[in-house]
Design a protein around this ligand. Structure first.
Ligand SMILES: Cc1ncc(COP(=O)(O)O)c(C=O)c1O
Length: 242
């Protein structure tokens, strides 16, 4: 094993996969296997990076050091398109004799880079990872408590920092909840292929009062959707969110 494998690419928490948080020993084990086989570990921090999960990077929860990290969405605070990969000195050395190993049409775009520098400064100065940690610790237990009261539609809640997922008993239930939340001005996201898990991923600067509003609205919507589904025991119809 290892001879034909250059790298393993993983998200610290799967986003589109439905906010799937790995067990604590998952990344340490992957790191060991990669090291043993001389395979690089690349972590995709596009969703989890820059504070979202309550630490600067999602991988920081595991104590593991990846070889390469990919960043995008929050890198410019979401206002400009930009992506980046970050690596060790050792790996960068490979690029020096041959920089064309990696080329891009819009690389180094000055406006996007200026936005990214400003966003990184705000992330550090306003302690956004710590804010996400604290707000997640406030919100998630309340959300789980609320979900436990509507067992006919709610299957499981989970999250880390402000990367939060609500899993429903069916796509249809998730879709109805998302629709109800939209109607009350709370915007949530499905996952790539369905609405069975709905993601709550607010801006890290959201206030506690706003989080309380989300909980109130969720309660209202759960009451309505739960009633709707109490007469529909078999609600397995597939509804795609995209
Ligand atoms: C975790 C993750 N990685 C990578 C990407 C890739 O983004 P794109 O192909 O739009 O650059 C996305 C997009 O949603 C993502 O969620």
């Amino acid at each position: 094993m290892g001879e034909d494998i250059a790298a393993v690419i993983l998200e610290p928490i799967q986003g589109e996969g439905g906010v799937i948080i790995p067990p604590d020993d998952y990344f340490p084990q992957v790191r060991k296997i990669c090291d043993r086989n001389d395979v690089l570990l690349i972590v995709d921090e596009v969703q989890t990076g820059l504070g979202r999960t309550g630490k600067m990077f999602g991988i920081n929860h595991s104590g593991v050091k990846p070889d390469i990290m990919c960043l995008a969405k929050p890198l410019s605070g979401g206002v400009m398109p930009i992506g980046a990969f970050i690596s060790t000195k050792e790996i960068w050395q490979e690029m020096i004799p041959n920089p064309f190993l990696h080329s891009t049409t819009f690389g180094g775009n000055p406006l996007s880079c200026a936005a990214a520098i400003a966003a990184i400064n705000v992330t550090l100065e306003e302690k956004l990872p710590e804010q996400a940690d604290e707000k997640g610790a406030y919100f998630i237990p309340k959300l789980l408590d609320l979900m436990s009261k509507y067992k006919n539609i709610c299957q499981e809640g989970r999250g880390r920092g402000l990367m939060i997922g609500m899993e429903f008993t069916s796509n249809e239930a998730g879709y109805e909840v998302a629709k109800g939340l939209f109607d009350h001005g709370v915007l949530v996201a499905g996952t790539l292929i369905n609405a069975k898990t709905i993601r709550i991923e607010p801006p890290l600067v959201i206030s506690k009062a706003e989080l309380d509003t989300v909980l109130e609205v969720l309660n209202k919507v759960f009451v309505d959707v739960s009633k709707k589904f109490s007469t529909k025991p078999n609600h397995s119809k597939r509804i795609d969110s995209h």
